[in-house]
Design a protein around this ligand. Structure first.
Ligand code: F6R
Length: 234
């Protein structure tokens, strides 16, 4: 793991942008993308850049089950607002959380991933060390699957919803195995609330108790952390 420490998430977004730019220059065509607060500064830099993704494909990590794409909290909507509307790709894939058969949808998505192997996967980390919606205990060889969200994730995500009851209870997520198939991984983490998870990811044992610790097994990982998120690292 290459650890890059920055002052704050704005500086982190600029570093994240550089990683995308370099990947494109090296011929990357398939980008794995994340939602949430963490990648916002990187997406701002990408939106405001002249980088050309028109020959590229994106695949998102996850999507809630049961939210229409035009729901303000859907990840489809998030991605359009933060990146896709300003920066056209050849195609943007997200799991379809409204699919009538969610298990068939997970298989379809895994098929898409094998047809479009990810060159660069962007990740954030949950306070409990989750990546995608892979909560503690998830298998390291997991593929795209339906997930029942834990209470800690529902609580963390409730800040985006009017009422806690509005937070979906299920999601579709790439598995840890799907994530580890990416050629390169870029993890960003900002803020003091991520400090324990960052320490467990970087310095802890490789264990399903901290899903992000699986990244220690990957040969090409860049971690961008701000001072607060890095504050517990040795
Ligand atoms: C988002 C995702 C999640 C988030 C994580 C951190 O697509 O898969 O794993 O990266 O929950 O969320 P934020 O960035 O909001 O702190």
């Amino acid at each position: 793991m290459q650890i890059i420490k920055v002052k704050d998430s704005v500086a982190g977004g600029k570093k994240g942008f550089e990683v995308f730019k370099q990947a494109l220059a090296n011929g990357a065509k398939v980008f794995g993308l994340a939602t949430g607060s963490t990648p916002e500064t990187t997406y701002t830099e990408l939106r405001n850049s002249d980088l050309d993704f028109s020959q590229c494909v994106s695949l998102n990590l996850d999507e809630y089950v049961g939210l229409q794409p035009d729901n303000p909290q859907s990840y489809y909507r998030f991605m359009h607002e933060h990146l896709f509307d300003a920066k056209p790709f050849k195609h943007n894939y997200l799991p379809n959380g409204m699919a009538p058969d969610i298990v068939a949808e997970t298989a379809r998505y895994e098929e898409l991933l094998s047809e479009n192997p990810i060159d660069l996967q962007l990740l954030g980390i949950g306070r409990n060390g989750h990546i995608g919606f892979n909560e503690p205990g998830s298998p390291f060889d997991g593929k795209t699957h339906k997930v029942k969200l834990t209470q800690s994730t529902i609580d963390a995500n409730s800040r985006f919803f009017e009422h806690e009851e509005d937070v979906p209870r299920y999601a579709i997520s790439m598995g840890i195995g799907s994530i580890l198939s990416a050629k390169q991984i870029l993890m960003e983490a900002y803020g003091e609330k991520k400090a324990d998870a960052v320490k467990a990811m970087v310095e802890g044992p490789i264990t399903p108790d901290c899903p992000a610790s699986a990244l220690q097994k990957h040969p090409n990982v860049i971690v961008i952390v701000d001072e607060a998120a890095a504050s517990k690292l040795n």
